[in-house]
Design a protein around this ligand. Structure first.
Ligand code: BG6
Length: 517
């Protein structure tokens, strides 16, 4: 597969350039193709995949010769599936999506049953004739993860791992979670690789589709002022916060088997961290960026068992108030064991053992039912080597900090000390703030739109390679083992707070403080 990457075609717009509503497809138009969604009647298809495709249709980014085949166990007709697809249309919808939907098909069947795959192969051949989809295929695995391997192998048995006649590609898009630990991730990969080559597999982590996550690359490598200070000589420590105000919603049963470590840290946090801390890539293509990401992950020190207990906090939310509304505790949520030990919050100290970051503490925290939804990375800089100010002023000066706000209120803020006007010499922390919404009023595309379009055009840059997945599991493995042994003891926090006191102690032990967004 070619290593073509949309990130290589960088154009520079002047400050006065007219800003158009964002078009994730500028300059890119996928070839004709049929997209097969396994798990088509499920939550992900309904909430994310179909609306993203409808939005792409709206923007004119889908090929004219395009069709979706939904596959699921629900006994639906083509018409019922089309109705579901129509509901995914954006409110400002034109006729484009509706016109496309008329050609969509649905295959009802069991994933363990060979007939399902034989029927699918027939339907795809019909679609090639009717809709001109030219033998190109994308298979999107949005089923429960336990079925990923089975579906991939059954597809291959029916020739689905090769482009059909006249086609040039067959790709497999795989949703997270990729396994539940290192061993199961390797097993899943071995199954997928029996059927598809690595360059055909597109593993989604939707954080990589977020504009502001990609902006980390622009900030670091399209400017000259940040990179010289992006290292242990200037940075005192790094903080990563992935805070959610929602609870487990209707996913209690799933969350019981996941917990915050698997649900967020192993994937989203590791992705954000690797982009933020990696070395400059030799090129912005899929190989260049992913090589550097995995190199960074390999430099993260794997904690030993003691460190996994002492440098990690795990906690669970108790009842509380979020957005002025009383909310139940985790153990009272539907589908959750009333004695559950599953963590809904994790905080940890990581170290990256390489030339650039040796000795710089990286503090990470994530949790559900926290005070607000906010994902941020902060580079907290060292204090000046000498403060020529007297007593209190010197003590109260806060360190300069560069904060990348990934969501919501996307932007970048640099906070530093400035003199308060007046005869006394007083210094206060102020901020220079760049806001995405102000600079680019057209808005940003949803992460799924971006990633679906990338998969359709064969750009794997923002997808996760198998060595990245494995390395991320390696890092969390000792922590998983400690959790299984009930260590560190499960702490509790009030819903609507910033997490347990233990998380404050973790960072305060190093003489630092969390920056609450
Ligand atoms: C998903 C997790 O991967 O990410 C969810 O499974 C979480 O538990 C979600 O709520 C958060 O995504 P976002 O885009 O809202 O930050």
């Amino acid at each position: 597969m070619s290593e073509v990457s949309n990130l290589q075609n960088v154009t520079v717009a002047g400050p006065d350039a007219t800003v158009h509503p964002i078009d994730p497809g500028i300059g890119r138009h996928p070839d004709p193709l049929a997209l097969v969604i396994f798990g088509a009647s499920g939550d992900l298809a309904h909430r994310k995949i179909l609306p993203a495709l409808a939005q792409l249709a709206e923007r004119g980014s889908l090929p004219d010769n395009f069709a979706i085949v939904g596959v699921a166990r629900s006994e639906w007709s083509d018409e019922e599936f089309r109705e579901l697809c129509k509901k995914a249309a954006p409110s400002s919808s034109s006729a484009t999506w509706e016109r496309l939907v008329e050609g969509f098909r649905y295959v009802s069947g069991d994933y363990g049953d060979d007939t399902t795959f034989a029927t699918l192969a027939t339907v795809l051949r019909e679609i090639d004739k009717e809709r001109g989809t030219s033998g190109n295929r994308i298979y999107y695995l949005a089923t429960i993860p336990a079925l990923f391997g089975t579906v991939a192998c059954s597809l291959a048995e029916h020739g689905g791992n090769e482009p059909a006649e006249g086609g040039s590609f067959a790709r497999l898009v795989v949703e997270k979670p990729f396994g539940s630990d290192l061993e199961s991730a390797k097993k899943l990969d071995a199954e997928l690789h029996k059927a598809f080559r690595e360059d055909q597999i597109f593993r989604i982590d939707h954080y990589m589709g977020k504009e502001t996550v990609q902006n980390v690359l622009a900030l670091r490598f399209a400017n000259s002022i940040f990179e010289p200070i992006w290292n242990r000589r200037y940075v005192d420590h790094v903080q990563v916060t992935v805070a959610e105000s929602i609870g487990v919603e209707h996913r209690g049963g799933f969350y019981e088997t996941a917990g915050a470590l698997r649900d967020i840290v192993q994937n989203h946090v590791m992705q954000v961290l690797s982009l933020t801390l990696m070395e400059p890539p030799s090129s912005m293509d899929a190989g260049g960026i992913r090589d550097e990401k995995v190199k960074l992950l390999r430099s993260v020190l794997i904690p030993d068992l003691d460190e996994a207990v002492n440098n990690v906090v795990r906690a669970q939310y108790a009842r509380g108030v979020v957005d002025a509304r009383e909310v139940p505790g985790y153990r009272e949520e539907e589908g959750v064991d009333p004695n559950s030990q599953t963590e809904t919050f994790v905080a940890m100290l990581l170290l990256v053992d390489n030339w650039r970051w040796a000795g710089v503490p990286i503090y990470v925290r994530t949790g559900k039912r926290l005070a607000k939804r906010a994902t941020e990375v902060s580079m907290v800089f060292q204090r000046p080597p000498h403060l020529p100010f007297a007593g209190k002023l010197a003590r109260d000066l806060r360190p300069d900090t560069l904060t990348l706000r990934i969501q919501p209120d996307e932007g970048i803020a640099l906070s530093f000390g400035a003199k308060v006007p007046g005869p006394a010499f007083r210094v206060r922390t102020v901020a220079m703030d760049f806001s995405y919404a102000e600079a680019f009023p057209g808005g940003t595309a949803d992460a799924y739109e971006r990633l679906l379009l990338d998969a359709m055009t064969g750009d794997a840059t923002l997808f996760i390679r198998s060595d990245e997945v494995d390395q991320a599991w390696e890092i969390v493995a000792p922590i998983q083992r400690a959790f299984l042994d009930g260590e560190p003891p499960l702490a509790h926090y009030r819903a609507g707070s910033w997490g347990p006191i233990e998380a404050d102690r973790l960072i305060e032990g190093g003489g630092r403080q969390w920056r609450n967004p």
